[in-house]
Design a protein around this ligand. Sequence first.
Ligand SMILES: *Cc1c(COP(=O)(O)O)cnc(C)c1O
Length: 402
Amino acid sequence: MRELPPTVKAAVLAARAEHDDPVSAFVFDLDALARHARQTRLMLPEGVELFYAIKANSETPLLEVLASSVDGFELSSGGELERAAACRVARPWLLSGPGKLDSELRAAMACDIAAIHVESLSEIDRLSALARSAGRQQAVFIRVNPALDARFSTRLNMAGRASPFGIDEAELEAAVARVDASEALVLQGFHVHAMSHQKSAERHQALIALYLDKWPRWRALCADPARVTHLNVGGGIGVDYTGEGGFDWPAFCAWLGETLAAWPEAPVLRFEIGRYLSAFCGYYVMEVLDCKQSHGEHFLICRGGTHQFRLPVAQGHDHPIIHVPCHAAGEGQGQVWTVVGQLCTPKDVLSRGQYLDDVAVGDVLVLPLAGAYGYNISHADFLCHPRPMLHFIGTGRAGGGV
Ligand SMILES: *Cc1c(COP(=O)(O)O)cnc(C)c1O
């Protein structure tokens, strides 16, 4: 993306005008979010469920828009439980994550949580006791850390190798037996979230096919297999930050439809996607504070930095930059720039090798694709800079045609 949508550009300029100091801010386009979520949803085959993993971005306005397009929210902490509870549209919730507290499990059950993903044998015992004392029959999914071959390894791989997440297949029989033995727990399905930021639809297809292959064996471990209906295949759909080609969601969904139609005794498939749902609607806005040269390299020093938008550093990429000139033409210089923030550390780099024409102090740089794992994964208190403004534009209701 080299051009901002007009409504986003207007919001960026309004944010700049509103600030006394140079601006750093996030802009979230709720109408674009609604359209994208609806399209993402519509392409999925009938009967396949789509949950939103709110850890990607749990700002209330985003949750309220997404609530009407997804089957529910996947949560991973007591804090996320509170965020979901603040959303005025009631949706089913799932709770996952390693190291859940007793208080979080109790709070989740008090909210009538739809399912809890258990991640270890001892957590099954702990949840069983808590559910019993709450007088509840709690639906659970067992999170599996399946054996995966080298085809599936990526930089961020949460399964198929030693990890704190889920239960090894070798221990699955024992895990299922424990859930079966508990009067307070009901096994509803299995859960696998193995990948983050998968950019290849083909590789993801192979991964889902592998889970489907394993599904009858996992299910057969249960005393009453017919009761185990769901396979949650997690999230991990990648976003094309650097123009190398992104995840082909339409092709993936077409493959999924054909595969499920032909698969004997296919489970109810459930996705819990974070990044791919919320990434596209967000923009990080930085005003240029200084242009300088050092040892032959040209730097744009901007308001904000990686303490507000850590994503490029976390992903190890050079984030795309859209330049919004705010000065009289011809004052600035065309140049290859390194874009940095205000932090006193050489790691505060958002993008290298960006050719920008005619940039000057006071201009605004906009980093698109900033709606997921942006502000909320950043170390906002480092150097005690103020937090960025968050601007939400649109309603998520208008412009909703698919
Ligand atoms: C983070 C996470 C997700 C969402 O992952 P994305 O890569 O953002 O789609 C889904 N499920 C679990 C268990 C997670 O930890």
